[in-house]
Ligand binder design. Structure first.
Ligand SMILES: Cc1cc2nc3c(=O)[nH]c(=O)nc-3n(C[C@H](O)[C@H](O)[C@H](O)COP(=O)(O)OP(=O)(O)OC[C@H]3O[C@@H](n4cnc5c(N)ncnc54)[C@H](O)[C@@H]3O)c2cc1C
Length: 393
């Protein structure tokens, strides 16, 4: 089959890898002019980790990742309030847990695919006509082409989803939290391999030193109004206004905004769809079922969904109806479980009131006690997802 994959993030290249392994021809179209670099880091474990292992990329991920040794909560004055060793969490996962730059993960996956994959950067789809036998695809820049299948792996604000399934508002669950993430060079202090957090009512600011003397900041805050779209300057103004008066290093961190190497800001939201496919068009990753960063597993789910879809297409000998249906049947319930569990996590990142803040700090403090850490986190480290074995082709 000739499959067009829209989006070269985490899900798209994973699907490319597995489709190629099963003898299909994949073309990727990616809006950005090249693979993205820098940006925020993701924690990565569970069945997604198993997919990465099956792709042979674990040594590279371990090498490029971060072995964070302390998660530290600090007061307005920077005094350590409480802390725990995240390696305990890693231990609970049997060592199968990686913290890595999202763009490093995406690139490692992309590099694992056969170097002959056709990737069209700087373009996107503008229309998809499914005539039952093929999909005629129109592009913003390229000439129209025909594919057997089109898979949208184009993230939370998927254009494929909008073109084929309907407007985003029909599928979005807004979690009421806005997230900003950016990275800068040569920020001080660094505190290597320590995730330093400052949490007040309504927001949390996290600092993590990255490789090559870079530092990442991830800020979550409650904001009910409209978010300026596609306007980083207006978004940064909103961030400054929202964090005015916040203690710790926050004024110095906000001063770094003009020097930011990458800047991301968006609502934390989820995508819930009754069906992940229509005719010859399917969705994977955030486009199909974003769990939000509060779930901490969007990357892993994106890889799982890509692997399972490729597997089902192989098992169904290319019968896309059977494959799309089996793909959704296998994953819809566990993915929905992760999405629902994430809703309750908002209070841990941006407590609504003083009571939630105190409760959050108390739970954070108790994470130093191994049995409590096991109860609090252990279960979420076990995926209720059974990965089908790699078919023998
Ligand atoms: C701050 C933050 C922290 C996070 N932390 C974690 C974490 O700890 N653990 C975790 O597992 N997940 C985390 N996530 C979520 C995770 O990043 C996503 O779930 C994951 O990247 C989804 O992968 P994807 O391939 O579906 O989408 P993406 O990674 O978003 O990739 C989509 C790709 O499609 C491209 N694209 C978009 N529109 C178009 C278009 N119209 N045409 C062509 N290409 C297009 C984009 O440029 C991009 O390359 C976090 C997210 C954020 C924002």
């Amino acid at each position: 089959m000739r499959v067009l994959i829209v989006g070269a993030g985490i899900a798209g290249p994973t699907l490319t890898y597995w489709l190629q392994r099963f003898g299909h021809e994949a073309t990727i179209v990616e809006h950005a002019p090249q693979l993205r670099a820098g940006g925020y880091v993701v924690d990565f474990w569970g069945a997604g980790y198993d997919v990465a292992e099956r792709m042979g990329i674990l040594p590279r991920l371990q090498d490029e990742g971060y072995h964070v040794r302390e998660a530290r909560e600090v007061s307005r004055s920077g005094r350590r309030i409480t802390h725990f060793d995240p390696q305990r969490v890693v231990g609970l996962s049997g060592g199968r847990y990686i913290t890595i730059g999202r763009s490093d993960l995406a690139r490692a996956i992309y590099d694992a695919a056969d170097g002959t994959v056709e990737t069209v950067f700087g373009d996107t789809v503008t229309a998809l006509h499914d005539d039952g036998g093929r999909v005629q695809v129109e592009f913003e820049h390229g000439t129209p082409r025909e594919f057997d299948l089109v898979v949208g792996a184009d993230g939370l604000h998927s254009r494929v989803r909008r073109l084929v399934f309907g407007p985003e508002a029909e599928f979005e669950r807004d979690l009421g939290i806005t997230v900003a993430a950016f990275d800068v060079a040569q920020y001080r202090p660094r505190d290597d391999l320590v995730a330093v957090m400052h949490t007040e009512v309504g927001h949390q600011v996290l600092r993590l030193a990255l490789h090559d003397d870079a530092t990442m900041f991830c800020i979550m805050f409650r904001h009910d109004g409209q978010l300026p779209q596609d306007d980083p300057a207006a978004q940064q103004d909103l961030l400054r206004r929202s964090l005015a008066g916040v203690g710790w290093e926050v004024p110095a961190i906000l001063e770094q905004l003009p020097q930011a190497r990458t800047f991301y800001m968006d609502r934390a939201s989820q995508i819930l769809m009754p069906s992940w496919s229509r005719g010859r068009v399917g969705l994977i990753g955030d486009a199909a079922a974003a769990p939000s960063l509060l779930a901490g597993q969007g990357s892993a789910l994106a890889m799982i969904e890509a692997y399972v879809l490729a597997h089902e297409l192989h098992e169904a000998h290319g019968d896309h109806r059977t494959a799309f249906s089996a793909y959704q049947q296998r994953l819809a319930a566990p993915v929905r479980g992760k999405q629902d569990a994430a809703i309750g996590m908002g209070a841990a990142f941006a407590p609504r009131n003083r009571m939630q803040l105190l409760l959050r700090d108390a739970v954070f403090g108790l994470m130093t006690v191994p049995p409590i850490a096991k109860i609090a986190i252990g279960r979420s480290l076990v995926d209720p997802i059974h990965l089908p074995p790699v078919p023998v082709s």
